[in-house]
Ligand binder design. Sequence first.
Ligand code: GTP
Ligand code: SPV
Ligand code: MN
Length: 591
Amino acid sequence: MTRELLGACYTSNPALLAWVQEMVNLCEPKEVFWCNGSPEETKALTEQAVSQGVLIRLNQQKLPGCYYHRSNPNDVARVEQSTYICTVDEEQAGPTNNWMAPKQMYQKLRGYCAGAMRGRTMYVIPYLMGPPGSPLAKVGIELTDSIYVALSMGVMTRMGELACQQLGNSDEFNRGLHCMLDINPERRYIAHFPQDNAIISVGSNYGGNVLLGKKCLALRIGSYLGRQEGWLAEHMLILCIESPAGEKTYVAAAFPSACGKTNFAMLVPPARFEGWKVTTIGDDIAWMKPGPDGRLYAINPEAGYFGVVPGTNSKSNPNAVQMISHDTIYTNVALTPDLDVWWEGKDGPVPAQCLDWKGNAWTPESREKAAHPNSRFTSPMANNPVLAPEADDPAGVPISAIIFGGRRANTMPLVYQAFNWVHGVYIGATMGSETTAASAGSTGQVRRDPMAMLPFCGYHMGDYFRHWINMRRLIKHPPRIFQVNWFRKGDQGDYLWPGFGENMRVLKWMIDRCHGRIDAQETLLGWMPNPQTFDLEGIRGFTSQQFDQVQALREEEWRREIVSQQELFMQLYSHLPKELIFQRELLMARL
Ligand code: GTP
Ligand code: SPV
Ligand code: MN
């Protein structure tokens, strides 16, 4: 392809052309660039980003195909206080979302966007969420003035002509508009219009706020559509666990942001599990729908990983280390003098000097962190050495287990199993977790984060629970539901469970439960592992007493836990399914 042809329009879809024209009239860009997703185009856009200073080319000997990006220091995480669900009725958005009337929000944001791309390029990004040809896949179009977004969407989604092919002449596509403006937190809005299948994001250039296929479409708009259409859009990883005999079991797990999804999805089984394999279907989002055989089928709508960098090393996640060693964009990590990257928890020595994520000189004596705690990598899923071929299967994979897990220093045992579907929905609905750096604001505060969806549910959370309960009727063979907690701490503030690869032991117990192959003990919380049959062999220095500690059910803590669930239940009361109130009362009675 010649240079001149890059960026030319290649669709004749009338609805798409009309909408792009309307947005061009509004934003008044100097030029319009239609991204087609070709390797030539990626190369040319990358060159341009480098010459504009948006990307820095990293040391190509050490990190082939890798680039470095710094976002504005005021713009390094999702902003929940600026995220809105704009349904016609405020009631529909529910008390856990910010709300503004669509008319009012359109007016405000169109005001901001008017002429906002003068002298700039508008990139038109057609993208497909899900494998081509999948009945669950959806098409979105993102219009942006950020070349960083254009390049990132090329990694994170199936971007370009194939999306337009899937769309054909239909007008059923998500309309997403992104204007960076001047990256001013005062004019930062991430606004969703579920009833119009539309998104407007202004004033940010940070991943979760601006890669509109991800949290905005795949979760907030997705959850809204899922309720109407009878499926689930969830903040879940999807993995495959394969036994030495070749038996494959698929598992989906919801952990809140920065609570271990990417790590769990790429887990390397310890030596004890020779012959077992874990492969990744997805690391952040699952779209799930009942299949013709009565099982729940899941696809990963994404095509890349936007993952937490700090803590990534060859012990915690060797597959990720390999994955991000090439063809990766690093955002907000530290930069060494030889154009390598560094972060807290990386393999090897701490550099004697480097530039921190803000571009300031940093030495090991510096008090601040070199990499931002929410610094991220953007890697295509094809880079993942343990990518499951099923990630491209339009039919998705049948889910046997659903796992809910929060970051809890106390109260929550390592693992237990729900008694049944409704009890599992109650467990997910009442999940608590400490806040993390993935969202702007204070970290380490326990809050309720139902199903890890608090920041991502595009409608009333009480109606969302009702939808989960109702789904049971559509699923003849429902997945078993579990709760896990990798983050319980001892009196000294140390993690009680080694985590990471050793989580395989919990995974193995769960799939054995799904296949009816291992016993369990009934407790007031649910089914717990029998310490005699739970496999602890070969964890260095881990004793059965420590296992008792990490599994301990402390009734004092649970009394407090139940009380703290009250707040969420009160907040959602008018839409809260009675079933969940009964579940809570049953638990109280058992206590
Ligand atoms: P998002 O991309 O924000 O949705 O996050 P995620 O759920 O994919 O989280 P990720 O796997 O990136 O993990 C975030 C943090 O949790 C990292 O700092 C990890 O080191 C840490 N972590 C992950 N798994 C474990 C574990 O089993 N034990 C402990 N102690 N920490 C873990
Ligand atoms: C999360 O915060 O849950 C993420 C990163 O996966 S972001 O895309 O920024 O939302
Ligand atoms: Mn996430």
